[in-house]
Design a protein around this ligand. Structure first.
Ligand SMILES: NC(=O)c1ccc[n+]([C@@H]2O[C@H](COP(=O)([O-])OP(=O)(O)OC[C@H]3O[C@@H](n4cnc5c(N)ncnc54)[C@H](OP(=O)(O)O)[C@@H]3O)[C@@H](O)[C@H]2O)c1
Length: 341
């Protein structure tokens, strides 16, 4: 048991209203709140970095899915990295670096048991545990190896290709020996994925006709689609899939921040003659294998075979504005908020 002195009040960001459509400033509220007291079996954690993931926008609809929905008045949630500052649990020691589900707040509680936080080595840069060695890198890893299962020589298309998940998914495709085509928004992101990350071709969905460019860049058709976006881009890809194509539904960001979902893809029917498979997945289902995947991703990063980008915004108070950038494409790489040193 440690009892280092900490502040008694902290800043937290609450959800002030359920957004309908695009996020607004007044969907969030920055307020002062007491620092929680850890009970027996718990620890108090100072938040260092928060991972802003597109899925949080879906949680804000207030509907329980694989995690509980966020309701008006709740403190916003996010995965994060923190430092243990007080402990009433032998599993946590003051000074430990921990990862887990945290809040948009300066302090939070680490529980005991299966809902507890994971203690991590202090390996620099620690933000990699939120990006390439964290949720986004792991999502790319399991989505590719377990769900999409591309084979050497196949053609893989990735949407959201310059994003945190998509950029790693595409590079894994290259490691496997595939032709990889990335769909991203704008010339800079498109140049980055081909010139820096080694994708074979890009499609700028903001200025080009995606179906026409898929025909040009995938002359042998599409064997695997790793989809982060959904909507019209998914529809365009479905129209050009090969026999036994595999479509890994990782995310559908084009649908998260709109008041009304777009109608289902017209080319869905193409899955029948092509005997295609569409499979959604959630990273949490693979938690038993995280350690092996982190070691493999870390090795590829060290060897220079996987490169990654992080977009770190300073200050808890800037989290709402930063979060909105995910839906306009203004983030470049894994979006992280730095809350404390
Ligand atoms: N299944 C899982 O367990 C799991 C886990 C983590 C993440 N995900 C999903 O993975 C996807 C990527 O997440 P991330 O954290 O790596 O974010 P990210 O790709 O780094 O950032 C989001 C990107 O999405 C693109 N985007 C936004 N609105 C769009 C639209 N209407 N149409 C097309 N593209 C749009 C933007 O890039 P452009 O500039 O290219 O438009 C933006 O930069 C999300 O769908 C997320 O929900 C799933």
């Amino acid at each position: 048991v440690t009892d280092a002195p900490v502040a008694t009040t902290q800043r937290v960001i609450k959800m002030a209203s359920h957004p309908s459509g695009a996020l607004e400033d007044d969907d969030f509220e920055l307020v002062d709140a007491p620092v929680p007291e850890p009970a027996d079996g718990e620890a108090l954690v100072r938040t260092l970095y928060l991972s802003l993931d597109p899925a949080i926008r879906v949680w804000m609809n207030g509907i329980d899915t694989y995690v509980p929905g966020i309701h008006v008045g709740d403190v916003m949630r996010a995965g994060g990295l923190g430092e243990v500052v007080q402990s009433r649990n032998a599993a946590y020691t003051e000074g430990d670096l921990v990862f887990g589900m945290m809040q948009w707040s300066e302090y939070c509680i680490a529980r005991a048991g299966p809902d507890g936080m994971m203690t991590l080595p202090r390996q620099e840069p620690i933000t990699a545990f939120l990006s390439v060695l964290g949720v986004t890198g792991l999502t790319a890893y399991f989505g590719m190896f377990d769900v999409a299962q591309p084979k050497e020589g196949e053609t893989v298309v990735v949407s959201g290709a310059a994003g945190a998940v998509g950029s790693v998914a595409g590079q894994i495709g290259k490691i496997i020996g595939c032709r990889v085509v990335g769909i991203a928004g704008g010339p800079e992101k498109c140049a980055w994925i081909t010139d820096e990350l080694g994708f074979d071709a890009w499609i700028d969905y903001k200025s080009e006709n995606v179906a026409a460019r898929l025909r040009e860049t995938c002359p042998d058709g599409i064997d695997v689609f790793f989809d982060n976006v959904g909507g019209e881009i998914l529809d365009a890809v479905l129209g050009q899939i090969n026999l036994h194509a595999r479509i890994a539904l990782c995310g559908a960001i084009s649908q998260y921040d709109t008041a009304e979902l777009s109608p289902g893809p017209r080319n869905f029917i193409n899955l029948i003659p092509q005997r295609g498979r569409v499979e959604g997945f959630i990273l949490l289902d693979y938690r038993d294998r995280f350690v092996d995947a982190i070691l493999q991703l870390g090795q590829w990063v060290q060897e220079g075979r996987i490169r990654y980008a992080e977009d770190i915004v300073d200050g808890l108070e800037n989290a709402p504005a930063a979060f909105r950038r995910l839906f306009t494409g203004e983030n470049t790489g894994k979006l992280i908020v730095k809350v404390a040193e």
